[in-house]
Each structure stands twice: as C-alpha cells, then as structure tokens.
Design a binder for this molecule. Structure first.
Ligand code: ADP
Ligand code: ZN
Length: 682
C-alpha cells in the first residue's frame, strides 16, 4: 500500500512528499477504516480522501457544505486527470446528465454532493447502483448543533453510513473536545473511529503585531509592499471596510469591500472574484470567512484587533494554505481594547460567559504585548510546546524590556487618587505635569502624583498605559466612558510585592517594520510575474480559479529552479503527469523564452556604457555558478544591484569585492574567483 500511495502522490498530484500526518491518514482511509482527522487549515485534508479514492474500488462520496467551492474542487481534480463530478443545485442539466452517465459506467472516482441532496429519496439507491465504497465528510464540525457552522442536513450522514454500511472518513479543523465528541456521536453512531490529531502550528505563516498609530497608512504601506498578492484586511466595522477598500483602490490595488450589510448577491460576487483572481484584496468584516477556501491567500491584516485569541488564530489561518510563505499583520491599540471590552460587557451573555470572554481577549492582548516568540505563546495557549519559531516579528527583532515597576506604580497611584474616574489621556497629563484646564479645574495639580512622571515622554507613558491595559492591570469601565479601573492583578505591584517588565517600544519605533518578504529573489521576480500572467491567461480561458492551474508555490519553484526541459519540469512540486502534459510546454516556453527579457532597471542605468557589456558577462558567470561549479549546491544569486556595483567598481581583491552591496562571504566564495578573473582579463 505504501508504494502505491507514494507513487500516486508523485504521479497524479505531483507532490514530492506527504505533509506531516497525511501518510497515516491516507493509509487508514485506504484500508477502509473509520477515521476522524483533525488537521489545521491548510494541513492538506482533501488529499487524505482524494488519494485513497484512487486507491480503492468504486466511487468515493464526498460531502462538503459549500457548493461554489465544490465546483472548484472538481475542476481542480479534473485538471489532475482524476474522474470527478458533483451533484449540486448549481449544476446545469447537461452537467448533471454527464455525472449520471459517468456513474452508470462506473467511471467516476470521486462524487461531490451537497448535504441538501441527502434529503432526496433517490440518493441511497443512486449511491448503491454507482458502487459507492467510501464516504468522506469535509468540514465535519458542521454536524455540531452548537457550532456556528451547523448544517441540519449533516445530521443525515450518520443514517446514510448505516444504511449503506460503508467506511466513513471525517475531516475538520475544529479540534475542541466537545465538537469531537459530537462528531463521533452523530457521524459514527458513537462507535469510536480512529482519530488523528495534528498540531496547530502553521509554520509558513509569519506572525506580526503592530501598535496602531495611523491605521489607514499602516495598512496601505503593508499592502503596497505586497502589491499583486491576494490578501484579506479584517475591520471592526462595516463603514471602515468601505473606506479602506476605497483607499486601496485609489492606491492602485485591486480591492473590494465585503460585509454583512451587503446584499447577498453583491457578497457572492466578491466571493467569486476572490476565489478566481490571484491579486484581489478583500476588506471585510468577520462575515467573510466560511465561504473562503482559497489556498493562495498571501496575507491577512487586521486593521482592528480581533475579539479573541481563537478568532485571531482562525482569521490568520486563512492565509497560506498552499504552504508557501504567508504574512500577517495585526494592529492594536487602546481604542481596540476599550471597544472589545465594551462589546463583552454590553453583551447579553451571562456573567460567567462574559468572564470567559474577557479571558480569551486577555490571551490575545497578551500575545499582542508578548515579550518572547509569539508563536510559542500562541501554541502554548492551545496546549502545544514548541521552540522559538524564527518566523515572527519578535524572533526577527527581539524586544528590549525595561523594569517598569516604578512607572506602573506611579500610574496606578494616579488612577486611585483620581477615584478611578479618568482615562489614560488625563492621567498622563497629571503624571507629566501638564496643567491643562481640566487638570486645574479638578485640582489634580495639587495631587502628590502631579508631575512625578516627568522623566518619561508622553509617548512612553502611552505605551505604559497600553501595556497595562493589555496585561489587564487596568480595565476601562464601560459605565464611565472608559475611565480606567485598577484590577486585582495590579495589587501586588502597587504594594511593592511584585516587579513588572514592559516592552521598551514607543509608537514611533513600532512603526518601523521588517522588510516585506518577497516571494522570490529580486532576480527571479520578473520571471515569476511572467509565469503568473500566463497562469491567469489560462485560468481565464478555462473559467477556473488561478490556483487550479498551478499553486503559487509551484510557480515560485519554477521561477527559482528554471527547469529547461520537460524532465526537469516534472520534478517541480505540484506538476503531476496530467498537468505536465497539458501545461508543461506552455510554462517551459515562458521560462526559456523570457530569460533575457527586458533588462532590469539596474542594468538599464549602464546602457550604452562599457560597464553594461561587463554587467552582462558577470551576470552570465553568476548564473552558471548559481548552484555551484558542479550544479548541486544551494542556490545563490547575485542581485542586479550587486552586479551593477561590481561592474562599476571593478574591485581587484576578494576583500574589495566583499565590501560591495549585496555581497557576503558565501557569495565571495561561490563567485569571487570567477568574477575577479573576468574583471582583470587583459
Ligand atoms: P485543508 O486542510 O485546509 O482542507 P487543502 O486540502 O485545501 O487543505 O490543502 C491545502 C493546499 O495544500 C492545497 O493547495 C493542496 O494542493 C496542498 N497540498 C496538500 N498536500 C500536499 C503535499 N503533500 N505537498 C504539497 N502540497 C500539498
Ligand atoms: Zn517566533
């Protein structure tokens, strides 16, 4: 069985290896065991029933809640050369007839069905006649009556399984124990299936928080660095989605707003566009979620803080399902904290529930104000231990801490001496000795705390208050317009029994952001755009989403490895036999044809000069050595800026070469000798 699965994985799907956990599930499902697999979004659940379907006799029934997505899945399978069809209310008569014929001839390997269809009488008969041998249930948590995604028709699946007496494989990303128990009870009739539980980590998603300063500008800057990539911006209010979408369009992006107040049709248009296009930004309220099943979302930004750590994890989790690098940015500030606290306090939930909600918000605020690896903290919330990740803003730029015990005590004292009746702005006026009319009117300039905090700037005091709110030492009182009240957690610090260290950040510092991570090196970027343009052209002609032709990561690998013939093309991950035949030659032509495309701007600066010809020769030398002299080493390239610097400066020693922009020790070692030789030919 093992060899068959490996062979199918590479021949049909074009993948070089299973993702973690996939192999075990594929084997259990292929053997016809009842299984429940819980994997994070993007973990690769579909493959865990699609591959076994090919392994098994007969047709596999796939039940999935979203009709629009089902069609795309079927198209994607057909592109892989797999006989798949769907029976949904969205079909044309012709499509339905074709599926029935294929079923009658027993040609189909996968049949997708909407849950509504289970209610119709003929379904059991149809499946019997078609030789159905396995039931796969996607989004199995839809069977849970307490969840947000409850689908009453999912309750019929258990009965279908009993009647047909078939093995059932259920998949979900929702892992909590209650939901799991409900799935087992309702889908498997209480008979425990084999359960596979994959960890929560999504290592390709970069975690990033930023103090909210000028949110519109922050989001625009962030999007500008990711131009042409698909993204989602989540906002707290409907009005904000429209304003931000407009600003993005003005800045030259392909962007749309999406929120619950829009007509259903208008919402569907945005969902479809998003699914199809590879560069659309959707600016949405959380209403945009369940209908999104797009593997190539390259980034998710929160213009406003999410409501809990669970919501945060789910929302950023929509990025990068294809496994290629994905970025996230979450903005947060005192206003967000006030708003989220107020929403909880003003809600109708019982007190106990409100306390739990404050707790889940606290967990998110803790993450926002983290002083160590964010992923470690996030995973530990979900009960997983891990090492520092190297893929979050804190790992990239460790934060400096300072002992804030004294400032925090001063702040708490200001809170208490003013009767817990004021917000941060007024308290900071008192602490910094700013005798505003309001301060004088209330005689707060006579307090012993007046001006005791002159040593810190206003911006630093703001950072202190924000972090105090983030750590729930002070909490805005919803009944008094956000006046800050001290919480029990602050008492030990006030009494001098505990110390506290806070982040040394200020708003200005927080605004400097790590460089956007380009998907490929500067040198490969033009080729990647050419490949994407070709993909878009093919996708539009076929009326399918771009990723159905090839995933981003497949194009990225093509741009980096530059296969020069079909054999090399076949080794690219995501290029299976069917796609190789259909698309291999077209993409190969892009790669071979586009090689000496329009010159890079750095090269153009040298046009007509002697250094220009030299640049071309140096570039050729660098290309020949990019995988080492024997072609087996790690890929190293020289950027156009670096080549230009060499062509102009003509260094004569390895040391001089090493000082040029874009050079480093590894590059000097790889290219130095050959470059210097060319530079000093007589
Ligand atoms: P989810 O678990 O969220 O349902 P999908 O099944 O949609 O995830 O898979 C997400 C992406 O990962 C898809 O683009 C799929 O083609 C890709 N994928 C799945 N398995 C592998 C693998 N073994 N190697 C490379 N890519 C994979
Ligand atoms: Zn980290």
């Amino acid at each position: 069985m093992k060899d068959t699965s490996d062979a199918l994985l590479s021949r049909v799907f074009g993948f070089t290896a299973f993702r973690p956990g996939q192999r075990e599930i594929v084997e259990a499902v292929s053997e016809g065991q009842d299984t429940l697999a819980i994997m994070p979004t993007g973990g690769g659940k579909s493959l865990c029933y699609q591959l076994p379907a090919l392994n098994r006799q007969g047709v596999t029934l796939v039940i999935s809640p979203l009709i629009a997505l089902m069609r795309d899945q079927v198209r994607a399978l057909q592109e892989l050369g797999i006989a798949a069809g769907a029976l949904t209310s969205g079909n044309t008569e012709g499509e339905t007839a074709a599926v029935h014929e294929a079923l009658a001839r027993r040609e189909l390997k996968l049949l997708y069905m909407a849950p509504e269809r289970l209610a119709s009488g003929g379904t059991v008969d149809l499946l019997r006649r078609a030789g159905c041998s396995l039931i796969a249930v996607d989004e199995a948590h839809c069977v849970s009556q307490w969840g947000h995604d409850f689908r009453p028709d999912y309750l019929r699946i258990g009965e279908l399984r009993r009647t047909l007496d078939l093995p059932l494989a259920a998949f979900t990303a929702t892992a909590d124990a209650e939901t799991r128990a409900e799935i087992i009870a309702r889908l498997f009739g209480g008979q425990a299936p084999q359960v596979f539980l994959r960890g929560f980590d999504r290592p390709n998603i970069r975690l990033n928080f930023q103090v909210k300063n000028r949110p519109r500008e922050q989001i625009l800057t962030y999007a500008a660095a990711r131009k042409g990539q698909s993204g989602i911006v989540y906002c707290g209010t409907r009005a904000r989605t429209e304003a931000l979408a407009q600003a993005l369009v003005t800045a030259g992006h392909n962007a749309r707003a999406y929120h619950g107040g829009m007509e259903a049709d208008a919402r569907r248009v945005v969902e479809t566009l998003f699914q199809r296009e590879d560069d659309l930004i959707v600016v949405a309220t959380v209403a945009f979620g369940m209908g999104v099943d797009k593997p190539d979302i390259r980034w998710v930004a929160h213009a406003d803080l999410p409501k809990s750590i669970e919501a945060y994890y789910q929302e950023i989790g929509r990025a990068g399902r294809d496994g290629a690098p994905a970025d996230t940015l979450t903005l947060f500030g005192p206003d967000d904290i006030r708003l989220r606290r107020a929403q909880i306090d003003e809600g109708l939930a019982p007190l106990e529930r409100k306390q739990a909600d404050h707790g889940r918000l606290n967990a998110l605020l803790g993450l926002a104000e983290a002083t160590q690896c964010r992923r470690q903290m996030l995973l530990s919330y979900f009960g997983e231990e891990s090492a520092a990740c190297g893929n979050c803003d804190i790992c990239a730029n460790p934060v400096r801490l300072f002992n804030a015990t004294t400032p925090v005590r001063k702040a708490l004292s200001a809170v208490l001496r003013t009767g817990e009746s004021f917000g941060a702005g007024h308290l900071i006026d008192i602490l910094t000795g700013n005798a505003t009319p309001k301060v004088r009117e209330r005689r707060h300039d006579a307090l012993p705390t007046f001006a005791v905090g002159k040593d810190l700037s206003r911006a630093r005091w703001q950072a202190v208050f924000r972090q105090m709110m983030g750590r729930d030492l002070v909490r805005p009182d919803p009944e008094r317009h956000g006046a800050l009240r001290m919480t029990e957690a602050a008492r030990p610090i006030l009494r001098g029994e505990a110390e506290i260290h806070l982040r040394e950040d200020s708003v200005t510092q927080a605004r400097e952001r790590p460089e956007p991570r380009a998907l490929v090196s500067e040198e490969d970027a033009p080729l990647l755009s050419a490949l994407k343009a070709k993909r878009r052209e093919l996708a539009e002609a076929a009326g399918v989403p771009a990723y159905v032709i090839f995933a981003d990561r497949t194009l990225i690998e093509m741009a980096e490895k530059r296969p020069m013939d079909l054999d090399a093309m076949a080794r690219i991950s995501g290029v299976g036999a069917a796609k190789l035949e259909r698309y291999g030659p077209v993409f190969l032509a892009v790669i071979t044809g586009a090689m000496p495309s329009t010159p890079h701007p750095e090269r153009r600066k040298l046009a007509g000069r002697e250094a220009g010809a030299l640049y071309d020769e140096l570039q050729q030398i660098a290309r020949e050595l990019e995988r080492g002299a024997d072609g087996t080493e790690k890929l190293l390239t020289l950027s156009p800026a670096c080549l230009r610097a060499i062509a102009e400066a003509r260094p004569s020693t390895p040391e001089a070469l090493a000082r040029l922009r874009g050079m480093d020790a590894a590059r000097v070692e790889r290219f130095g000798e050959a470059l210097l030789q060319r530079l000093h030919m007589v």
